[in-house]
Design a protein around this ligand. Structure first.
Ligand code: ADP
Ligand code: MG
Length: 704
């Protein structure tokens, strides 16, 4: 583009910005009286109003004149209220009857036992009624129809087939909102500049922005609405995928130390391992090693089902790093887990010279200061820890690799923080929650993925039972048998204390009941998140060493805890957990040479909850369970609401729109490959969308 045209384009876009940034109430025909209500809805500017899409639509495509109604099918009529009456139908039950008329005749709508309905109609008022009509003598009747109250102007059919329904707040009615939105669409739909290039619109058959704005607020028919929504869904996914692709390309331009795993290094590390790696572990390690041999930072997600042996892959990568004279750090979501990983490494290293330490929230001040000095001077090769690792005062001499265990527990932002603290280390994240592909593509779209497909051989099968209340005594007898055989047991409940508002089991109550009842002859300990780090550590150590036989715990044991002698787990209040989370919990047992048993105490549970738990009991495939969870409850429950740290999608739905997600991803990758900073003037519009929405969350900086 020549400089003149470019500056003209910029002027245009800044004028557009000004128009859309004007207060919404200054649009002709809106007015100050709506200011408070609109503000409460988060609508301040003209642009906000224009992009405040309806949350639903009334389909009036089967709207008819009363005279044209037919029996038995759902239809809509539009008329004005001619008469409202309430009669008693005996036994004190009220029958509300509303007579409406249109140009062709009359219809009676009736409600039984809802006397308040009588008060909601006034003579002369315009309404829409939708129901399956019945003929009663010469009169059409609708029983309990769906009602839409209309503004008088809307009384005669405007020919629209779909009526938008907006989110509301106190002080604004549906028809006022409809009118205001309509005004904005009339005046402004053509204003915002198209973000997509012509050829992209054509390739995916997308409605241009202006037409899509009109159609999403005022669709002519369901097909028009589908097309409009499709355009905005694509746009939302495209912007997200662009953000991820940009982040990825930014990372690839960073410099990292080259850490190839030479044959000698590899042989030395393999000699330390107490077992043969599985085929998957070998393959994953090869992928990791190939990445680390390059001078751009690795960005890899290592996923695998519970117990598939991710830790050892990470430890190998850390040892490769140390072999090259660089440092490695492993960040875990809990101190328990950080210490466990350190113990595992200690078990491998025996007489080696590798120096490592644990840095966590519970580390004493003096000790912490010493550690920080040693990390900075390079005295320590490997650090295990919690977020304490990313505090400002922690500086590494030369950090070559960061491993993050149980990634889903950390936000994307934390990843960013950790990364920018240091000059670019290699980066490996592990998650034990198997992630459906759709989700890896979105929330983790900037990472390469390695998957551990199989479990190490020699694993005992996992047996899961749903325990009905009358069979609980038998279940506890079974648990006692395992304990007498020398095994250990977990008991998990969702809450710490009994709560008045939530009817769910607590560990406090379970501990109380078990130590005075079913398990009174055994050594039982309590563990929950409100205990201090030192207390937790003490309880965990006692359990690991077998001093305690039973651990009654909240989900602090959920991730990663590895006690091979524990073989039986009891879960109370299971309906409050996601399937992926239950699978995680169950993965705490059956890890050693003993078969694992998991008893889910059903308590009082609804049909839907029971079905989910039946799915859980009948499958031991974490990926399959994650897919079920995802289908039933969406990605939020897999990762905890918003835990991934990205702003929520507004119109796209990862489950429903899988196909479009793939397309958007492909296009985004192509675009970023050709113009990594989206610097070309024709990309300015989409670039500002990307920055607006994801600039901060993904730490994209200035992009170009
Ligand atoms: P997760 O993938 O859930 O983090 P871990 O890394 O904690 O699993 O490994 C689970 C258990 O399996 C550990 O006790 C570990 O020592 C063991 N393990 C890992 N890899 C192998 C292997 N190749 N052969 C036998 N046991 C293994
Ligand atoms: Mg693990």
């Amino acid at each position: 583009m020549d400089p003149l045209a470019e500056s003209q384009a910029q002027t245009e876009s800044s004028t557009i910005r000004q128009i859309l940034a004007r207060p919404a109430v200054e649009i002709d025909g809106v007015g100050r009286r709506w200011e408070d209500a609109l503000t409460r809805l988060g609508i301040r500017t003209a642009g906000d109003l224009l992009f405040n899409f309806p949350r639903d639509y009334l389909d009036l495509s089967d709207e008819r004149l009363i005279a044209d109604l037919e029996e038995g099918e759902l239809q809509t009529i539009r008329g004005s209220v001619a008469e409202v009456g309430t009669t008693s139908s005996g036994f004190g039950k009220a029958r509300v009857s509303v007579l409406v008329q249109d140009a062709s005749g009359h219809l009676r709508a009736t409600w039984f036992n809802q006397p308040f309905m009588g008060k909601r109609f006034q003579k002369g008022q315009a309404v829409l009624f939708a129901a399956k009509p019945k003929r009663r003598g010469r009169m059409w009747e609708m029983s309990h129809p769906t009602v839409t109250w209309l503004a008088t102007e809307e009384a005669t059919s405007a020919g629209e087939k779909m009526l938008p329904v907006y989110g509301l707040t106190d002080g604004i009615s549906q028809y006022a909102m409809r009118k205001i939105a309509g005004t904005a669409v009339d005046q402004l739909a053509a204003v915002p500049a198209e973000v997509f290039a012509e050829d992209l619109l054509a390739k995916y058959d997308l409605l241009p922005l202006g037409a899509a704005l009109v159609a999403i607020h005022r669709p002519d028919d369901p097909q028009a609405l589908v097309r409009a929504r499709r355009r905005f869904i694509f746009q939302e996914l495209f912007v997200l995928q662009l953000a991820l692709a940009i982040r990825r390309s930014q990372q690839q331009s960073l410099q990292a130390p080259e850490l190839p795993a030479s044959a000698k290094i590899e042989a030395r590390i393999r000699r330390l391992l107490p077992f043969e790696l599985t085929t998957s572990q070998d393959a994953a390690l090869a992928e990791v090693a190939a990445d680390m041999a390059l001078s751009r930072p690795m960005n890899r997600l290592l996923q695998g089902d519970v117990g598939s042996g991710k830790t050892i892959v990470a430890l190998c990568a850390m040892l490769v790093t140390v072999a090259h004279g660089h440092q490695a750090a492993l960040m875990a979501p809990t101190e328990i887990l950080a210490r466990q990983h350190a113990d595992t490494l200690a078990g491998l290293l025996a007489a080696s010279r590798v120096r490592f330490a644990v840095l966590a929230g519970g580390t004493a001040k003096r000790e912490r200061e010493q550690l920080i000095d040693d990390i900075a001077s390079g005295q320590i090769d490997i650090v295990f820890g919690t977020h304490a690792i990313i505090q400002d005062d922690v500086r590494f001499k030369s950090l070559g690799l960061i491993v993050i265990d149980e990634q889903h527990k950390f936000g994307v932002r934390q990843r960013a923080a950790l990364r920018h603290e240091q000059h670019s280390p290699h980066y490996l994240v592990m998650t034990a929650t198997p992630i459906p592909r759709t989700v890896t593509m979105t929330l983790f779209g900037d990472l390469d993925v390695s998957t551990l497909q199989e479990l190490p051989t020699g694993r005992q099968p996992m047996n899961t039972y749903l325990v009905e209340p009358p069979r609980e005594a038998r279940w506890w007898a079974f648990v006692r048998d395992r304990l007498r055989e020398g095994r250990q047991a977990f008991v998990v409940a969702p809450l710490v204390d009994e709560s008045e508002t939530v009817a769910a089991p607590s560990v406090a109550a379970a501990f109380e009941a078990l130590t005075n009842g079913e398990l009174e002859m055994f050594r039982v300990a309590l563990l929950h998140g409100r205990m201090s780090a030192a207390e937790k550590q003490e309880v965990m150590t006692a359990f690991r060493e077998g001093e305690t036989q039973v651990l009654v715990s909240t989900t602090v044991v959920e991730v990663g805890v590895d006690v091979a002698n524990a073989s039986v787990m009891t879960i109370a209040g299971a309906e409050r957990f996601g399937l992926a989370q239950l699978h995680q919990l169950r993965g705490r047992v059956g890890r050693g040479s003993h078969a694992g048993f998991c008893g889910v105490l059903l308590g009082e549970i609804g049909e839907e909850g029971r079905q989910r738990l039946e799915a859980f009991a009948s499958s031991t495939d974490g990926f399959a369970l994650a897919e079920i969870d995802f289908d039933l409850r969406g990605p939020g429950d897999l990762f905890g609401t918003q835990q991934h740290g990205l702003p929520p999608l507004r119109i796209a739905n990862l489950r429903r729109d899988r196909e479009m997600l793939e397309e958007a991803r492909r296009e985004a990758q192509l675009l970023v490959a050709s113009d990594p900073g989206l610097c070309h003037p024709s990309h300015e519009k989409i670039r500002s969308q990307v920055l607006l929405r994801y600039g901060q969350a993904l730490d994209l900086g200035d992009v170009g």
